[in-house]
Design a protein. Sequence first.
Length: 261
Amino acid sequence: MARGGSLGRGSLVVAPGHRAWSRLLRRARPLPVHEAARGGPWLVLAPHPDDESLGCGALMATLAAAGSPIHTAFLTDGAGSHPDAPGWSARRIAGVRAREAAAALHQLGGVRPALHLGWPDAAPVAPGDLLFRRSVARLSAWCRRHGVTRLAVTWSGEPHCDHEAAAMLAQAVATRCGIPLYQYLVWGWTLPDLADRVRGMAVRSLVTAAGRPRQHRAIRCHRTQLGGRIAGARENFRLPRAMLRLADRPITLLLEVPNAS
């Protein structure tokens, strides 16, 4: 993997969306880690097990090291990543991915046990659906019980239906609980017009280089997504090497969602 250079505002890591990352970084407003940690517990909502590590693992590790409790929720069980793989039922894949996620969160340090919402993989429900409403109520209760003050989720414009659904769910929870909402990018970095599509959104930057080693270890825990563990599937998903370079960036960028609270 390529390694990031200095922490200067022009620093780049060659990874998907590096030009958009540079443009967003230039207009980002810094959010000091001590300020983000002092504000109280965070909840990170990930569409699938591995999105938390790939999209904001360094942020989670850095905030945890600074003393902020980090809670994690997974929207789906990730069982659809390797359909019809011989010897691998959807239930078995979901169980393995849940264990991989637990190991990854342990590597990120100080991260609490996760909440699994159990949505079907790649078949999200609409906001008016009973499962959606129950998930809003469940996550809102979780936030209140644990004193969550900030919520982070994948960007609403991500080119994946589960990522979009996670953003809609987080918006509903943030509004109900009256807490700020931030969005992090995963597959959104692959969009050629990303910088233009988020032009009207405020951007916050956090220096998270200290959390990168833990992020790399967390990503390696998701072995089913890195290839080699499950074979013979109709569609063998494997994280592209270029996507893994996202974990080399020394700064995490968050999109600030207006009027969430």
